[in-house]
Design a protein around this ligand. Structure first.
Ligand code: ADP
Ligand code: MG
Length: 833
């Protein structure tokens, strides 16, 4: 729907709600006519229709209620508004005297009521009952969780486009922060303009013309503007509607980049605004938002402007006055206004600081709350007999490292404590976390209780399944803690019948250990007596996923493992609810992987290396990134390159291919063949990333290395160097662009995952680092987790609040409680069983 039509429709809906009492607009609907005509013309509406609608609007006050309803319907039909049929019918008038105060119940009064209720209901999902009243003209405030259609200028169609950006409510919009800003706050004279500058200028229109290019029939609009010092041309392609919007002598403020055309300075498609209107797009620091197809920057900016102006002042302040003052924070409403439409860069900085502070503060409060909740709980205590333990360890093919022993001691203590274990086990790839987790599992299942082991991918779950079976259910071992059929694998791909069988076995307790992907939490999996949960590669699971797996048991012990070395500031902030064991020692006899960066034209060298290694009986990985082509297409470079390598480079070698589009059983087959030595080379996309173990592989070649984060490259590298032989990791970036590739040098310089992680975090930010989506930290939009100063400060205040009032029961913490529940997935939400 066009703006002018949409606007009428919204007003009509409101008018119908007011029973056609001509109160939807102050002064009556007839007052709309003149301004509406202008807007309709701007939308390019047929002049006849405009006149007919205007007539109906002007006559509106003289009609009785039935006549009015009829008139609105008629207008609706002329304008082709589908929803018009569903407007409420006029009620038969009741002939009782109307109370004095309600006779003036115009939209303005209504506005005040709603403003009050909005303050109450932030954070709750409760919607105001009744049809949504819309009073776009006056920007009627409503609760922040109202639909975006309430905003002036946003109709059904635009609202659907906004939903593609994840924006369904007004609050979503307020918290949709600009991607960047253009600084158009400095005015320039036309005579001083230079090629390549981004500027704002003020000028008036000397003339406006349309041409058609002979070559490709493009329509060009050329507007000549001047400010008395000189003149410049503005050009637009195929935007005929501008002929109706820009007029001669109009005073414009114009922002954009200075380009050149036939030796003269010009501006292509600049933003412009008429001087007497509010300046949103020009002559200020202008926000630039991420867009989706068919939404224009200009349109979204205007919508945001309306949202911010109307609703930011109504966002309740949840921070206490004490903290605001003591921590020197900007108030929330100003911060939200300034982050969208900053009056200055120093205000923008303050706004960002305030909002980032909120994120860390709420994150921290949530983490403290979780920890508090957990330490209050009781859990079954599992004590272990020393002889049994020594025997178990003695049977391993290797001696535990000191770090493994320390981690084990932590876990034993937790399991015996009578409170649920809540531990993060952090150790670089290859440090030997699995065997430690297996020990924890065996202590629990030995006592007849159940265990669940969750991995982020099917391949990894399968690998754990194989390893754990060998460790815990070895048929040659009379002391094995489990029978073969007591340990099962449950993944998305498990056939229905087997799944049923596993679900039944878990419910009646005959299955003691189940290994799986998140199928374990998505399915209606019920356990008879779940007492320990192991989560591998923690950073890929969100807080709520963790919680829901936990809720499957009665306060089970929880051990989460990660190979992503998490810098201390980050660990304290986002995993503050967990106790930490760090395994900072590699099993003996491992040689560091030799790492080299090669440039595309040096590829032949690595091919030679691969051939030499294969001759020695070794194997190689070759990794390709997914390459994005169109919007939804991803080219699998791996598929094409595998074919090329096979025919041109390694024609006598056996090559396997692994990528995400294979079915899980196909993937498994490829992996198994590679592990069993049936392939010399495995070509793969990043699906290989986590955990998979092929000790015989000694070469890891990564193509397009510049596309990966360091933490991820380090994971790839961890796939080799898993036995005593010398291994190699070769990185080939796509270009020899030194700035971009400088980052990769860190891989040559260190084998220390911590160093790489710190570096990555600084370069790419926490979202990339953690994989924002999966990790459940999508709420961290502004906070930079490397900003130790901010984190320490926000943590300090959160801790203060928590120590004084852990349940946030004090009246001054009421709004904080709401904000916390809003920010942090609630306890109930996590439980989907
Ligand atoms: P990660 O910590 O990356 O999950 P794994 O648990 O997969 O590492 O262990 C990597 C390999 O090292 C496995 O083959 C495992 O059997 C072996 N391993 C574990 N602990 C030791 C040790 N103390 N000495 C030698 N090898 C070990
Ligand atoms: Mg592992």
């Amino acid at each position: 729907m066009q703006y002018s039509t949409d606007k009428l429709y919204k007003i009509f809906k409101l008018e119908a709600e007011f029973s056609y009492s001509n109160k939807a607009v102050v002064g009556g609907l007839e007052k709309l006519t003149e301004s509406w005509k202008g807007e309709a013309r701007a939308d390019g509406m047929d002049e006849d229709i405009i006149q007919q609608v205007a007539t109906l609007l002007n006559r509106y006050p003289q009609l009785d209620k039935t006549g009015r309803a009829q008139a609105l319907k008629e207008i609706g039909e002329k304008l082709d508004i589908p929803g018009i049929k569903h407007l409420t019918k006029p009620k038969t008038e009741i002939k009782t005297p109307v109370k004095a105060h309600s006779t003036h119940n115009t939209a303005f009064e209504n506005e005040n009521n709603k403003a009050r209720s909005s303050r109450k209901s932030r954070g709750s999902t409760q919607k105001r009952p009744g049809p949504p009243a819309s009073m776009p003209r006056m920007g009627a405030p409503d609760t922040l969780d109202s639909s975006t259609t309430l905003v002036r200028g946003i109709g059904q169609k635009q609202s659907e486009l906004l939903a593609k950006l994840g924006l369904t409510t007004i609050e979503d919009m307020i918290y949709y922060f600009p991607r960047r800003y253009d600084d158009y706050s400095e005015l320039k004279l036309i005579k001083d303009l230079k090629y390549g500058e981004e500027v704002t200028l003020i000028a008036w229109v000397k003339n406006i013309k349309q041409f058609t290019t002979r070559k490709n029939n493009r329509k060009i609009i050329r507007v000549l503007v001047t400010d008395d010092t000189a003149s410049i041309q503005l050009m637009w392609f195929n935007q005929e509607y501008l002929l109706r919007q820009i007029e001669k002598n109009m005073f414009l403020s114009i922002s954009g980049k200075i380009e050149q055309y036939m030796g003269k300075l010009v501006m292509y498609h600049p933003d412009y605004e008429q001087i007497d209107k509010e300046q949103i797009n020009t002559k200020r620091i202008v926000p630039v938002y991420s867009l989706t197809a068919r939404l224009s920057q200009r349109w979204l900016r205007r919508a945001m402007y309306n949202v911010v102006n109307n609703w930011a002042p109504k966002v309740p302040e949840f921070m206490t006055e004490y903290i605001l003052e003591d921590a020197d924070l900007m108030d929330i409403s100003t911060a939200l206004k300034e982050i969208h439409f900053p009056d200055s860069f120093s205000n923008l900085k303050k706004a960002r600081y305030r909002l980032a502070f909120d994120e860390i503060f709420l994150l921290q409060l949530g983490v403290l709350r979780q920890k508090h909740d957990w330490t209050q709980q009781e859990a079954r205590s599992f004590k272990v007999e020393n002889d049994w333990l020594l025997n178990w360890i003695g049977k391993l093919a290797f001696k535990l490292t000191g770090a493994q022993e320390r981690a084990l001691a932590d876990i034993l203590q937790d399991l015996a404590s009578g409170h649920p274990m809540n531990r993060l086990l952090q150790g670089d790839v290859g440090s030997g976390k699995t065997v430690i987790a297996a020990l924890g599992v065996s202590i629990v299942v030995k006592k007849g209780a159940q265990a669940a082991f969750m991995a982020p991918t099917s391949i990894l779950a399968e690998q754990h399944y194989t390893n754990l079976k060998e460790l815990l259910a070895n048929t040659n071992d009379e002391h094995a803690v489990l029978q073969d059929n007591e340990i099962r694998l449950l993944i998305g791909d498990t056939p229905a019948q087997e799944r049923e069988e596993i679900l039944a076995g878990l419910a009646n307790g005959t299955i003691k250990l189940v290994i799986g992907t998140h199928a374990l939490i998505e399915d209606p999996v019920l356990f008879k007596d779940l007492q320990i949960v192991i989560v591998d590669e923690q950073h890929r699971f969100g807080v709520s996923q963790r919680a829901s797996l936990r809720n499957k048991g009665n306060n089970p012990h929880l051990l989460v493992m990660t190979a992503t070395p998490i810098p201390r500031s980050l660990a304290l902030t986002i995993y503050g609810d967990l106790d930490l064991s760090v395994m900072d020692e590699m099993p003996v006899g491992r040689k560091p992987v030799e790492t080299h960066i090669l440039y595309p034209n040096e590829r032949e060298r690595v091919y030679t290396l691969i051939r030499a290694q294969v001759e020695k009986g070794r194997q190689a990985f070759i990794i390709y990134p997914l390459v994005e082509q169109g919007e939804n297409e991803e080219a699998l470079a791996a598929v094409e390159e595998r074919a090329r390598l096979q025919s041109e480079i390694f024609s006598n070698l056996r090559m396997g291919l692994l990528h995400g589009r294979l079915r899980p059983d196909q993937k498994e087959m490829v992996m198994r063949k590679f592990r069993d030595g049936e392939f010399d080379i495995l070509v793969s996309t990043s699906v290989i990333e986590v955990g998979v173990d092929i000790p015989n592989a000694t070469v890891m070649l990564i193509e397009g290395a510049n596309r990966f984060g360091l933490a991820q490259l380090h994971q790839f590298r961890g796939r080799v160097g898993r036995d005593a032989g010398q291994s190699y990791c070769i990185l080939i970036p796509e270009t020899s662009d030194s700035a971009e590739n400088e980052r990769l040098l860190a891989m040559e310089n260190t084998n220390d995952g911590f160093v790489l992680a710190e570096y990555d975090l600084k370069q790419r930010g926490p979202g990339e680092f953690l994989g924002t989506r999966q990790s459940g930290f999508a709420n961290l939009r502004l906070a930079n987790l490397t900003d130790v100063h901010l984190i320490e400060k926000a943590r300090k205040y959160a801790k203060q609040v928590f120590d004084n009032d852990p349940e946030l029961l004090a009246p001054e913490h009421k709004l904080m409680q709401d904000a916390l529940n809003h920010f942090w997935p609630s306890k109930e939400e996590g439980d989907i069983s």
